[in-house]
Each structure stands twice: as C-alpha cells, then as structure tokens.
Design a protein around this ligand. Structure first.
Ligand SMILES: Cc1cc2nc3c(=O)[nH]c(=O)nc-3n(C[C@H](O)[C@H](O)[C@H](O)COP(=O)(O)OP(=O)(O)OC[C@H]3O[C@@H](n4cnc5c(N)ncnc54)[C@H](O)[C@@H]3O)c2cc1C
Length: 495
C-alpha cells in the first residue's frame, strides 16, 4: 500500500464531491488549509449527475434552481458572481401544474401575475396570498440571516428576539396555515408544493418553513444554461483554482483511528494522511466505516428518522417537440395525501402516483437536438422499496398514459430512448441510506440541533456536511452546509 504524506500540518481530506463538499473545500482552501477531495465516482457534483446521450443532456438529480441569492452569496465570498461561471435565465412560467385533462395552472415569473392567477381561480385569494407572503418574507429574512448559517451546536444559536416571536409557527403546520387562507384545493396544492423540497408532508412541516413559498413566488425559478450539472462544474473549477485537489474514482473504503483521532483514510489501496476528515458522503455510510465504539448514531436511530423520499426517474429522448408542457410541469391530478401516505406511512409503491416532469429543452436548446425534446420524469417514493425492471416499466407506462391523456397528445411512439434511475442506483452510486434521494427531511423534530451533528462527538477530528446535516436537503442548503462546516472546522483547528 502506498502512502501519500501531507506536508502541511493541517490537511483536510473531504469524502465526496457533492455540492456540500465542494462548497466546504472552497472555504477551507481560502482559510489556508490544504484540501484533498476523494470522490467515488468519475465526476464532481454528486446527486447532480448528468446523462448525455445521442445529442440530449439530462440533469439526473436536481433541476429546480431556487434561492439564487444563496448561490450568489457563495460565489461572492470568493470575489465572483454566479454569472461569471454560467448563464442564468429566469423561467416563465416558473412551472405548470396539471390537475386534470386540459386543466392546468401556470405560475408566472413575478408575484403580481401570480396573485392575478390566484384571483382568477378564487375570488379574494390574492389578498390572502399577499398576507401569507408578508409572513413568508419575514421568515425568509430570519431563516437566511439568522438560522440556516448556524452550526447546530446548541439551541441558543437560534434563540433571538425575532425567532422567539415566531415560536407558534414552529408548532403550526404549513398545511393548516395554507388551509386558513385559501379554500380552492388546486391553489392549496400549489402552496403546499414548495415544502416538498424539505422532504416531509406539509402536515408534518412547521409553518415557519413557508419561507419556501417566498423562495418560490418572490425569488423565482431559474435555469442555469446546460443544467444544474453546470453549477457543480463551476464549483469544481472554483475549488481547483483555490488549490483544492480533487481526485475522482477514489472511493474511501477504510478510516484509520489512533487515540480518538483519524490518522488516515484508504482509497484504492492508497493511504492518505489527514489532520481533519470531513465527510460529505452519506452520514450513515461514513459512520459504518468506523469501529462501532466511534459511531454516534446506531441503527435504531437511523431507522427512527423521517427520510426525504427516494425516487424513480426516467430520462427520455423524444423525437419531436411536445405540446402543452412547460419546462417544469407537475402532475397533481391524483390524490396528494394518498401518495404522501404511501411514502411516509405505508411505505409502499403508490397506486396512483403524482409525478414531476422537466422538459429542459423547452427553454434551453443545449439539452436536445433541434426539433426534439428531452424529458425527465420523477415519482417520489418511500426509501428502500423493492426496485426492479418490471416495476420500473409498469410506472413508465403509467406516466406516459397520463401525459398523453392530460396534455392531449400522443408521445409513446416518439420515444427515441429511455433510461431509468431508482432506489438501487441511489444506493450503489452514492452509498445512500435506504436509497434516499435527498437526505433527511426537515420536520420539527429534525431541525437544527435535532439533526445529525456537523462535528463528531466521539472522534476529535471528524466532521460531516451535506443534506443529512444542517440546515437540510436541497442544493442551496448543501452549499450553506459546506460554508458552515468550513467555519466550524476553523473554529476548532485554527492554523
Ligand atoms: C432526483 C433528485 C432531485 C432533486 N431535485 C432538487 C431540486 O430540484 N432542487 C434542489 O435544490 N435540490 C434537489 N435535490 C436535492 C439535492 O440534489 C441534494 O440535496 C444535494 O445535491 C445534496 O448534496 P450533498 O453534497 O449533500 O450530497 P451528494 O450530492 O450525495 O454528494 C455526496 C458525494 O459523496 C460521494 N461518496 C459517497 N460515498 C463515497 C465514498 N465512500 N468515497 C468517496 N466519495 C463518496 C458520492 O458519490 C457523492 O458525490 C434533488 C435530489 C435528487 C436526487
């Protein structure tokens, strides 16, 4: 076994090259640490994997670029703007939601037009929406300024005069809050949609999280040209320019501990010495590489947690342009609560699935050859379900039937190719616990100090980052998580 020596006394090894790891690597490099990333796969970006096939390109993971202020703030910390790295376009409509045949609502790219859309569906709802949004805006300010950049070391971090005033909104739920203001079922579903990004049912998500509605209706839905993969590549380039060494095809297989401190990690038979180990890989998986006495959370703990859903995805090349569909299109024509119950309660395959579809080539000509359409379809699912080709095929047919029926067009015979991705792929590609797609949900009991810790309580120089830690799932929170853990490492290991 060869041994790579670190010449600098503060060498941070980071496991994984997802958004959180890339973010942390930039901050640590800027603070003067020597940083090496070991990534299992052959690209940077983690969940933001890209599929390229026959002139088509697909984001295999995240597709919604929300909270552009978080991306801007990240690049500004290094003297850049996001637009120095990629072209960003605001989508109009932001997205479209189907409720039945020829029955859809388009959400525009500015709040005034969205209020008008609401008013057209339910008289008086524009005023109610404005009131809702005033509170959501306040919560966004508090969340982004006071809360999400806290490391979750103790509860006092988030006790401020402003948050104390908001205590009730941590007990109230989004579902109840929406229902108090809006009567129309379709509008209610639209308002409950943003918190699905947090990974839990609206009936189980504190109403404080309505700041996601502010992100949706006020900050807008953006598209980086080429897709979300381009954002990860931008962060990869920035990290390298700051001196971070990124090594692909290097799965960390072994972690060696001496005197409660990690001394080296082993990948592909090479041992890498480190002073600090930061894992942006799945938390449960990383702890499974440690002797059991050094693990903070046992199997019972992980089994008791509410995980964000897993998903079944299809990436489809269509040989023609499709009609009646927007860049982001949600198919909410079936019972929302029944599908949610299949994810969180019965943990079974949904009988009538809701699904989300993205057609990036509607607004980005780099995503499909001229005259053709790229389609991404996603069904959210309970983690750890049985996953095989037969089941996948069954659900592909359900999706295609519904798209044809609801959008009044034939598409089945225009499929050039399709590729699927599911629970077993999340496990094998990312070592993801039970094949979850986007981490640990943000419920009341899984917020801030109640999430898995950034700093290990049992190993002195071990840290974690990413969607299972603070602040939670999603690309912007993962970027924030990287910044927060970078500062935390610096607090305890100043050069
Ligand atoms: C299908 C899907 C759709 C989504 N949609 C959106 C969206 O529209 N908008 C949004 O904001 N968010 C979305 N998300 C969530 C978002 O993508 C994630 O929360 C975020 O990318 C997580 O980043 P991370 O750094 O925490 O983890 P990851 O991206 O999982 O990064 C972890 C990295 O660790 C690597 N790794 C694992 N084991 C090892 C090992 N042993 N050695 C070395 N490396 C290892 C993995 O290969 C991976 O690269 C979506 C996620 C999925 C899956």
């Amino acid at each position: 076994m060869s041994l790579i020596n670190s010449t600098n006394s503060k060498h941070v090894i980071i496991v994984g090259a997802g958004f959180s790891s890339l973010s942390a690597s930039c901050y640590l490099a800027k603070l003067g640490y020597k940083v090496t990333i070991l990534e299992k796969n052959n690209y940077s970006g983690g969940r933001a994997k890209q599929l390229k096939r026959d002139g088509f390109s697909f984001d295999m993971g995240p597709t919604f670029y929300w909270m552009p202020d978080v991306f801007d703030s990240f690049f500004e910390d290094f003297g850049y703007k996001a637009k120095d790295f990629y072209q960003l376009d605001k989508l109009n409509p932001a997205y479209e939601v189907y409720f039945g045949e020829n029955d859809s609502i388009k959400i525009g790219d500015n709040f005034e037009s969205i209020k008008q859309t609401f008013e057209n569906v339910e008289a008086g709802s524009a005023v109610e929406l404005q009131k809702f949004m005033d509170v959501a805006e306040e919560n966004y300010e508090i969340a982004v300024k006071d809360l999400v950049y806290q490391p979750g070391e103790n509860v006092w971090e988030i006790v401020t005069p402003k948050t104390a005033m908001k205590l009730g909104s941590f007990i109230d739920t989004i579902k109840k809050q929406v229902a108090r203001r809006i009567k129309n079922k379709k509008l209610r579903k639209i308002m409950e949609f943003p918190v699905l990004f947090l990974g839990a049912k609206p009936s189980n998500t504190p109403s404080f999280y309505n700041f996601m509605n502010y992100a949706d209706f006020q900050l807008g839905t953006w598209h980086p040209k080429g897709g979300m993969y381009e954002v990860a590549q931008a962060m990869h380039r920035l990290a390298e320019s700051l001196g971070v060494k990124i090594i692909h095809n290097s799965p960390v297989e072994n972690i060696e501990i001496e005197d409660k401190k990690i001394s080296k990690v082993v990948s592909n038979g090479t041992a890498y010495e480190c002073d600090i180990l930061l894992s942006g890989a799945d938390y449960h998986f990383t702890e499974s590489l440690l002797p059991s006495k050094y693990r903070q959370y046992n199997q019972k703990y992980w089994n008791s947690k509410t995980f964000a859903p897993s998903a079944l995805l299809f990436y489809v090349g269509f040989k023609k342009k499709l009609s009646n569909l927007s860049h982001h299109t949600l198919f909410f024509d079936v019972d929302f609560d029944e599908h949610a119950a299949s994810i969180y309660d019965s943990k079974s395959w949904p009988e009538k699935p809701l699904f989300y579809a993205s057609f990036p080539s509607v607004s980005d000509d780099t995503c499909a050859p001229e005259g053709q359409e790229a389609g991404i379809f996603l069904i959210p699912l309970a983690p750890n379900l049985e996953d095989n080709e037969l089941i996948r095929e069954k659900y592909f047919n359900i999706i295609i039937d519904r798209v044809e029926k609801l959008t009044k067009q034939k598409v089945r015979n225009d499929v050039l190719f399709k590729q699927s991705y599911g629970i077993s792929d999340f496990k094998s590609d990312y070592n993801s616990f039970k094949g979850n797609a986007y981490g640990l949900a943000n419920t009341l009991l899984q917020t801030h100090v109640l999430r898995p810790k950034l700093k290990s309580k049992k190993v002195e120089n071990l840290y974690f980052t990413g969607q299972l830690t603070v602040p939670g799932p999603g690309v912007p929170p993962s970027i924030i998580s990287g910044k927060v853990v970078g500062n935390l490492i610096h607090k305890y290991h100043k050069l």
